[in-house]
Ligand binder design. Structure first.
Ligand code: ZN
Length: 319
């Protein structure tokens, strides 16, 4: 989980190949460029929209799709799981007030996400992580969590990956706030959204992948093992693949809207981009995974499980 991010994307134009929210392919190019949104005071945009066209010229009609064009477009779709779908998940056990996670005792990630995460039963839907509904309720955005420890994370689409760091710390540990109320289906009376006396650290160490159509976030990664998957030439000036130095640089918790881009590189779907961990606002080791159509930061898809239905991204092409 993470705090709601109110930052809005800095985009003014969508290419003709852009998709409408929730998988519908737009039949017409965006005719009118929208003005750049204004960022709230004090907001730090975590990443600039590099490689995304910002021209305000009127797009020309797109030609009929060819096989090559279709293949190129499909690579832009975030399809499938960012972890091995056979990964056995941690499962919430114990009564309210004494909940804990039994590691490797849950179903496989795919089984949980098919059968349990979309469930209308909150306990079942959140027994191995947080489902999209809970994320929308707490954060105003669709995302899913899986309780896993130290597993590789893969890109689900082609694009530009950015390693961003808010903090390597965890606010529950820093402030000594018990995690129990946040495990599984949180108790609203015991699990306030902001239980910390200071910054909550947001997504901790995370990798954002962006392309012309979508953006994915994989958050709360473990720093040191993640560094092994970053190309040597990816580092932003002033940073390097030095876990000790980065841990010192990002030891402090910062506002959840703040993150620093430390590396940027190109990825293809299936490339390993990091390793799961427990950094930032994380009640237990897990992977937080979110998908947003470009230019529709606040879209909530009308699917059974927001953005992640049986016909959605985790299980095939958006439908
Ligand atoms: Zn989450």
């Amino acid at each position: 989980m993470r705090r709601r991010v109110s930052r809005r994307v800095l985009l003014s134009w969508l290419p003709p190949a852009a998709f409408a929210a929730c998988g519908g392919r737009s039949s017409a190019p965006a005719a009118t460029p929208t003005p750049l949104p204004t960022l709230p005071a004090g907001t730090t945009p975590v990443v600039s929209a590099t490689a995304i066209p910002t021209s305000t010229a009127t797009p020309s009609p797109s030609p009929p799709p060819t096989a090559t064009a279709t293949a190129a477009v499909d690579a832009l779709l975030p399809v499938g799981f960012p972890i091995d779908p056979r990964t056995r998940l941690g499962m919430v056990t114990g009564a309210v007030g004494a909940r804990t996670i039994s590691w490797d005792a849950g179903p496989a990630a795919e089984e949980y996400s098919r059968a349990d995460q979309p469930s209308g039963d909150p306990e079942r839907a959140n027994r191995c992580g947080w489902n999209a509904r809970l994320h929308v309720e707490y954060e105003g955005q669709p995302a899913v969590d899986w309780y896993v420890r130290g597993v590789p994370v893969t890109a689900t689409m082609d694009g530009t990956a950015t390693l961003l760091i808010n903090t390597v710390a965890n606010p529950f540990d820093v402030y000594g706030v018990p995690r129990e109320a946040y495990i599984g289906n949180p108790d609203r009376s015991r699990a306030p959204i902001s239980p910390f006396p200071g910054p909550g650290g947001g997504q901790g160490v995370f990798v954002r992948i962006e392309n012309a159509a979508y953006r994915t976030d994989s958050a709360h990664l473990e720093l040191a093992p993640t560094l092994a998957h970053i190309p040597k030439d990816a580092w932003v000036a002033g940073f390097a693949a030095d876990a000790g130095a980065l841990s010192r640089q990002f030891a402090a918790l910062r506002d959840f809207r703040t993150a620093t881009a430390v590396a940027r590189w190109s990825v293809k779907r299936g490339d390993v981009i990091g390793v799961t961990g427990d950094t930032g606002y994380s009640e237990a080791p897990h992977l937080h995974y979110a998908i947003r159509p470009v230019g529709q930061e606040n879209a909530l898809c009308p699917t059974r499980e927001v953005g992640f239905s049986r016909s959605g991204w985790l299980f095939g092409a958006p439908g």
